[in-house]
Design a protein around this ligand. Structure first.
Ligand code: FEO
Length: 391
């Protein structure tokens, strides 16, 4: 695949992976992207997952058409991209490795060598590397997604190589029926969601650049309507409301809390709520529920009192949110308990870690099963959730 006259795609697709980064299901597989720039000097950007070293080296050799790589630019040291650095240097020992100081430290940790004593170039923010017709500029992007990350900008072709940013789950030969946003959102909030401030800092650095193409390390190369992707990242990294609607996250032991969640969803729809997403936290893909809960401005949590605390899936779910800096939302609570309901109090205590939450009244209390009182409370909560235009 040609990205521009001088830039080729040399990445690979992975359809054998059970869990990406040890926890994310990838029904559409995964792409590990890598690129080569063929100027007077040649530069390779990143490698791929360990299992695809030979395929990647073959792609690279094809793209080079007999030339040798002068540089290997390592933008990110996570092994899904860095696993083949040493293998690459065995094949191309003359190539210089270009990366941040932190990357070279990580190479020592991962591979037992920081490559000192061989050609290497340590880059800092704004540093340039001339390949001939073009000069590359390096942009440090700490915590997007690890501290050593750099982006690379090619002003001549207006191409931004963005490391993990703007990436998504899914192999490039998988035709994702949901387009870019769904799996990009699940990827973003799962993997980078905690680091909104750092993403904002990088977006600010990018704001002065003319960008015609974004080449991420996962997912498709983006070359149309780029303001959409940049604006979406702006919303996500500032923990803004992306879509109008309400998400209801619940757990249910015998179905009574589920009944409440589904009744609330119906009441919201009857009130004209533009979108209601309902997640059974014990059965859904939890990262899908996480992305929904960042996406919408209003979230309801419904669960059972359990061991005088919370039903485990809800406890885990709230921790997934708070550890990712979930904030700026309006919250409704539904608790169930047969003899001493404390779930709402315990959910609120966990959510206190999140900034700028508005808790709605009433807190719905179910004592074992729905009755007239709790149904009336659900009606009132539906009113409160739809009271503001941002619902
Ligand atoms: Fe795709 Fe953070 O590695």
């Amino acid at each position: 695949m040609n990205i521009s006259g001088d830039i080729r795609y040399i990445g690979v697709n992975d359809h054998d992976l059970d869990l990406f980064e040890g926890q994310y299901v990838v029904p559409g597989g995964m792409a590990y992207n890598s690129y080569v720039i063929l100027d007077e000097k040649t530069a390779v950007l990143d490698s791929v997952d360990a299992r695809f070293g030979e395929e990647w080296l073959a792609n690279l050799a094809d793209a080079l058409e007999g030339r040798k790589p002068d540089y290997l630019i390592v933008q990110h040291m996570e092994p899904d991209h860095s696993a083949n650095i040493i293998r690459f240097l065995e094949v191309y020992p003359e190539a210089a490795v270009v990366s941040s100081a932190k990357s070279f430290q990580m190479m020592k940790n991962f591979y037992g060598t920081d490559l000192s004593g061989r050609p290497r170039l340590i880059v800092t923010d704004g540093m340039e590397l001339t390949l001939g017709r073009r000069t590359l500029t390096f942009i440090t992007a700490p915590m997007v997604h690890w501290p050593e990350v750099i982006f690379t900008y090619d002003a001549q072709d207006q191409v931004l190589f963005s490391a993990d940013a703007f990436g998504k789950f899914g192999a490039l030969d998988y035709d994702d029926p949901e387009g870019w946003a769904c799996e990009a959102r699940r990827y973003y909030f799962g993997i980078v969601g905690k680091y909104g401030a750092q993403v904002q800092a990088v977006l600010k650095k990018l704001s002065g650049l003319k960008i015609g193409t974004i080449c991420p390390l996962h997912g498709p190369v983006l070359n149309e309507n780029l303001s959409y992707y940049l604006d979406t990242y702006q919303t996500w990294s500032s923990y803004g409301t992306e879509s109008e609607g309400v998400v209801i996250n619940y757990t249910s032991v015998y179905g009574h809390t589920r009944e409440a969640a589904e009744l609330l969803a119906d009441l919201l729809k009857k009130r004209g709520c533009p979108k209601v997403a309902v997640n059974d936290l014990a059965r859904c893909d939890m990262p899908e529920a996480v992305e929904d809960t960042f996406r919408y401005g209003r979230a309801v949590f419904a669960t059972t009192t359990y061991n005088a605390d919370l039903f485990p899936f809800m406890k885990t779910f709230i921790e997934h949110l708070t550890e990712r800096n979930w904030q700026n939302k309006t919250v409704g609570l539904i608790e169930n308990g047969s003899w001493a309901p404390t779930a709402a109090k315990n959910m609120k205590a966990l959510l206190e870690e999140s900034k700028n939450l508005t808790f709605l009244e009433p807190v719905v209390r179910i004592t074992s099963a729905l009755n007239a009182d709790s149904r009336a409370q659900l009606e009132a909560l539906a009113d409160a959730l739809t009271a503001s235009p941002s619902a």
